[in-house]
Design a protein around this ligand. Structure first.
Ligand code: PRP
Ligand code: URA
Length: 205
């Protein structure tokens, strides 16, 4: 059961501009890319490597290359805002999709799409910018496990104490990487201080 809160001056800077309600969608998307890249590096810090013999222009040597296939699973729709840095940084990453949408009245997530690649033997990184009640993250990880995922990490940009507790209770072995752990949920199950509705701000809806 581990919770990792990002600690990097650039992370704090980016998050502040993401939270600012005057930030428009184009900049919001760039900032999402930047903080997701920092989180991607943190969430893969412990990835296994294997030795690889190579020749430099000077002499033979042994290097190290990534030893386990990586699968990234964005939770639609807002999770798409975190996908590109994984694509750009990890050469052979596969992508799976889980579509979930919270009901506006109940805040309970409804599943509307799922397409996952083979997961056996992989590191699966489930990404969703907001961990609020934890319902979406728990559902997505249930699906990943049912499809054969075993080594799973969850990455989000902002989390609430309530969401972290729910996710840790349901999936205690799944490490959580978050850009920030905020104060609480409001009555409508939005995170405070938070940044509002991530999907709406990402896509200008
Ligand atoms: C948001 C967010 C998470 C979910 C978090 O998605 O991206 O998926 O809410 O809330 P929870 O922890 O209480 O489940 P939303 O349902 O608004 O859909 P969207 O990504 O299509 O905007
Ligand atoms: N989903 C969001 O986009 N923001 C919140 O604060 C909670 C759920």
């Amino acid at each position: 059961m581990s919770l990792h809160v990002l600690s990097h001056p650039l992370g704090a800077h980016v998050l502040t501009h993401l939270r600012d309600k005057t930030t428009k969608p184009a900049l919001f998307r760039t900032l999402s890319y930047q903080i997701s890249l920092l989180l991607a590096l943190e969430a893969t810090r412990d990835l296994a490597t294997v030795d690889k013999a190579i020749d430099t222009p000077m002499e033979p040597t042994t290097g190290h290359v990534l030893g386990k296939p990586l699968v990234v699973v964005p939770i639609l729709r807002a999770g798409l805002g975190m996908l590109q840095p994984f694509h750009d940084t990890f050469p052979d990453v596969s992508v799976g999709y889980v579509g979930l949408e919270r009901d506006h009245a109940t805040a309970v997530a409804r599943s509307y799409y799922c397409k996952l690649p083979p997961l056996a033997g992989t590191r699966v990184i489930v990404v969703d910018p907001m961990l609020a009640t934890g319902g979406s993250a728990v559902q997505a990880i249930n699906v990943v496990k049912a499809s054969g995922g075993k080594e799973i990490v969850f990455v989000c940009i902002v989390s609430s104490p309530e969401g972290v507790a729910v996710l840790q209770a349901a999936h205690p072995e799944v490490p959580i990487h978050t850009g920030a752990l905020d104060r609480e949920l409001n009555g409508r199950k939005y995170i405070l201080p938070g940044l509002g509705d991530f999907g709406d701000r990402l896509y200008g809806t």
